[in-house]
Design a protein around this ligand. Structure first.
Ligand code: NAP
Length: 503
C-alpha cells in the first residue's frame, strides 16, 4: 500500500504540457492523486511547450482537461485551488535549446524551496522525434542527476523498429542510468492487468493447471470501435502491429505466460517476462503466411452513422498499406507452453471496444453424459476482462435446475463493480505514483522493448515490403477480416467475445 507520507518533494516537468495526453490523462491523474492524498506534501508541476502561456492560463487549460476527462468528474473548488497553487508553466521550444536555461532556473528555484532531497521527474509527452533532443538538452544543462534525484518517463512509441529502439536506448542509457528510465506502457497500470499477477500468484489452485497439460489455447483480444479519428497522421506511420501488438498485447501475453517470480522485485518480475519473450518462436516466412493476418477498415456504418474508410481519414495516405487490424498466432517454446497457441488480435473500427484474455482449458478426457444432456457443452474457460467490464469469469458446466439432467455452461464471476465499492484508479494514476516512489515493475526495461521488436521484425518487414492487395478488407462494425476467423478456425477454435454490456 503506497501512501504520500514517504514521498519526497517532487518537481514534475511535463514536456508537451499543452498536448492531448496531458489534458486527457496526466493532469487528471495528478489531480486525482492529489485529491486522494497520494501526492507528496511538497510538489510542483511545471508544464512546458512552445505556446506562450502564463501560469494562470496553463492552470485554466488543464482545469478544463480535468473537468472533461477525470474519472472523478469536475474539480472541487477548494481542492482545485490548493492543487493549482503548485502548477506552473514555462515555455520551452525543444528546437531552441537555450530555452532550457529558463527551465533550469525554475527547477532550481523549487529545489531551493523544497530542500536537498527533492526529486525531479521529466515526463516526455511529446512526439517521439523530440525524445532524443530533450534528453540531450537535459544533459547539456546538467539536469540529469542520479537515480535518487531524477527520473525520465518516455511515452510510447519506443522506436518504430528494432534499429530505432536500439538507437533510442543507446542514447538514453548514455545520459541516464537504466534505473532512471521509465518506459511507460499504460496497459500495465490498468487495475485488471495488475490483477493478473495477483490472480496467478496469490492463489494456489491455478498453478497446477496453468500449463500445456490442461490448457488448449489462449486468446488475447484488444478491439476498438473507434477509427483513427484525428490521429491519422501519426497512425499511418505506425499501424496495429507497432501501435498495439509490440507493446500492450505482448505484455499481456508475458503476464499470462511468465513463470512464478521468486519475489515482487521489479527486476525479478521483468526477468520473468523477458524469459517469455526469449522463448517465443521466431517467424519464418511460412509462419508469416500461415500465422499472421492484417486488415484495413473500409467505410461502413456505426450506430446508424456512416463512417469513412481508413484511406479516407484525415492525414492518411489514400493508397495506404498501413494495417488497422492484426491477428497473430504465437508459440512460446518452453516446457510450460510447448505446442499451445497464443492467438492475439487487435484492430480499429470493430464491432465492440473490449480487452479480453481467454484461457480455454482442455476438454474432459472422457464424456460420461449422453449427448442429449450435453447439447450446450463448452470446455472450461477462464475469461479475464480488462475493459470495459472489469471481471474474471470461470466458465464451468452446470446442471440446469429441473427434473431432467441437462448441462449448460455457467459463469462464476468476480466482477469489480459488484465486489468493491471504491473506484479503481486510472492506469496513469498508478503509474505516476510508481514513478514518484521509484518502482519500475510496471515499466519496460531496455531489453524487454528490444526483444519484443526483434520478435516482430520479420512480420513488420514482410508487411511493409509486400503491399496488401486486399486492403481494405473489413467493414466498420465487423470483427475484422475473414482471414482472422480462418486463422483460428483452422485449429478448431473461434474468437471468444463477451456479450455487449447493456448497463
Ligand atoms: P499532441 O497533442 O500533439 O501534443 C504534443 C505536445 O508537444 C504539445 O504540447 C506541443 O505543444 C508540444 N510540442 C510540439 N513541438 C514542440 C517543441 N518543438 N518544443 C516543445 N514542445 C513541443 O500529442 P499527444 O497526443 O499529447 O501525444 C504525446 C505523446 O504521447 C506522443 O508520443 C504519443 O504517441 C504519446 N501518447 C499519447 C496518447 C494520447 O492519448 N494522446 C496515448 C498514448 C501515448 P506546442 O505546439 O505548444 O509546442
Amino acid at each position: 500500500m503506497k501512501t504520500s507520507i514517504n514521498l519526497k518533494p517532487t518537481i514534475f516537468v511535463i514536456f508537451g504540457g499543452t498536448g492531448d495526453l496531458n489534458m486527457r490523462k496526466l493532469a487528471p491523474a495528478l489531480y486525482n492523486l492529489y485529491a486522494d492524498g497520494f501526492m507528496p506534501k511538497k510538489f510542483a508541476i511545471i508544464g512546458t511547450a512552445r505556446k506562450k502561456l502564463n501560469d494562470q492560463k496553463f492552470q485554466d487549460t488543464i482545469k478544463e482537461g480535468i473537468n472533461s476527462f477525470s474519472r472523478s468528474g469536475k474539480v472541487k473548488d477548494d481542492k482545485w485551488a490548493s492543487f493549482a497553487a503548485n502548477v506552473y508553466y514555462n515555455p520551452v521550444d525543444v528546437s531552441e535549446p537555450e530555452t532550457f536555461g529558463v527551465l533550469k532556473t525554475s527547477i532550481e528555484k523549487h529545489k531551493a524551496e523544497f530542500g536537498a532531497d527533492t526529486q525531479v521527474v521529466y515526463y516526455l509527452a511529446v512526439a517521439p522525434n523530440l525524445f532524443p533532443l530533450i534528453a540531450q538538452c537535459l544533459a547539456t544543462y546538467d539536469l540529469t542527476g542520479d537515480e535518487e534525484s531524477v527520473r525520465i518517463v518516455i511515452e510510447k512509441p519506443f522506436g518504430r523498429d528494432l534499429e530505432t529502439a536500439k538507437e533510442l536506448n543507446a542514447l538514453l542509457t548514455g545520459i541516464f542510468t537504466e534505473k532512471q528510465i521509465y518506459r511507460i506502457d499504460h496497459y500495465l497500470g490498468k487495475e485488471t492487468v495488475q490483477n493478473i499477477m495477483a490472480f496467478r500468484f496469490a492463489n494456489s489452485f491455478l498453478e497446477p493447471l496453468w500449463n500445456r497439460t490442461y490448457i488448449d489455447h489462449i486468446q488475447i483480444s484488444v478491439t476498438e470501435q473507434l477509427g483513427v479519428g484525428d490521429r491519422g497522421g501519426y497512425y499511418d506511420g505506425s499501424g496495429a502491429l507497432r501501435d498495439m501488438i509490440q507493446n500492450h498485447l505482448l505484455q499481456l501475453l508475458c503476464l499470462i505466460g511468465m513463470e512464478t517470480p521468486v519475489n515482487f522485485d521489479a527486476d525479478e518480475i521483468r526477468n520473468k517476462k523477458v524469459d517469455v519473450l526469449k522463448a517465443m518462436r521466431p517467424f519464418s516466412s511460412d509462419d508469416i503466411r500461415m500465422s499472421t493476418v492484417r486488415g484495413q477498415y473500409a467505410k461502413g456504418w456505426v450506430e446508424g452513422k456512416e463512417v469513412p474508410g481508413y484511406r479516407h481519414e484525415t492525414g492518411v495516405d489514400p493508397d495506404s498499406n498501413t494495417e488497422t487490424f492484426a491477428a497473430i498466432k504465437f508459440f512460446v517454446d518452453n516446457w510450460r507452453w510447448q505446442g499451445i497457441p497464443f492467438y492475439v488480435r487487435t484492430g480499429k473500427r470493430l464491432f465492440q471496444t473490449s480487452s479480453l484474455i481467454t484461457i480455454q482449458f482442455k476438454d474432459v478426457p472422457h464424456h460420461i453424459f449422453p449427448s442429449a444432456v450435453t447439447e450446450h457443452w463448452q470446455q472450461n474457460r477462464l475469461i479475464i476482462s480488462i475493459q470495459p467490464e472489469m471481471s474474471i469469469r470461470l466458465q464451468v458446466q452446470g446442471k440446469r435446475p429441473g427434473l431432467d439432467m441437462v448441462l449448460n455452461p455457467v459463469d462464476m464471476v468476480f466482477d469489480y463493480k459488484g465486489t468493491y465499492t471504491s473506484a479503481a484508479p486510472e492506469a496513469y494514476e498508478t503509474l505516476l505514483l510508481d514513478v514518484m516512489t521509484g518502482d519500475q515493475t510496471q515499466f519496460m526495461r531496455a531489453d524487454q522493448v528490444e526483444i519484443a521488436w526483434e520478435l516482430l521484425m520479420p512480420v513488420v518487414k514482410s508487411w511493409e515490403s509486400k503491399k496488401s492487395l486486399s486492403f481494405p478488407n473489413y467493414t466498420a462494425d465487423s470483427w475484422g477480416p475473414e482471414d482472422a476467423e480462418a486463422l483460428i478456425a483452422r485449429d478448431g477454435f473461434h474468437w471468444f467475445t463477451l456479450p455487449l454490456n447493456k448497463d
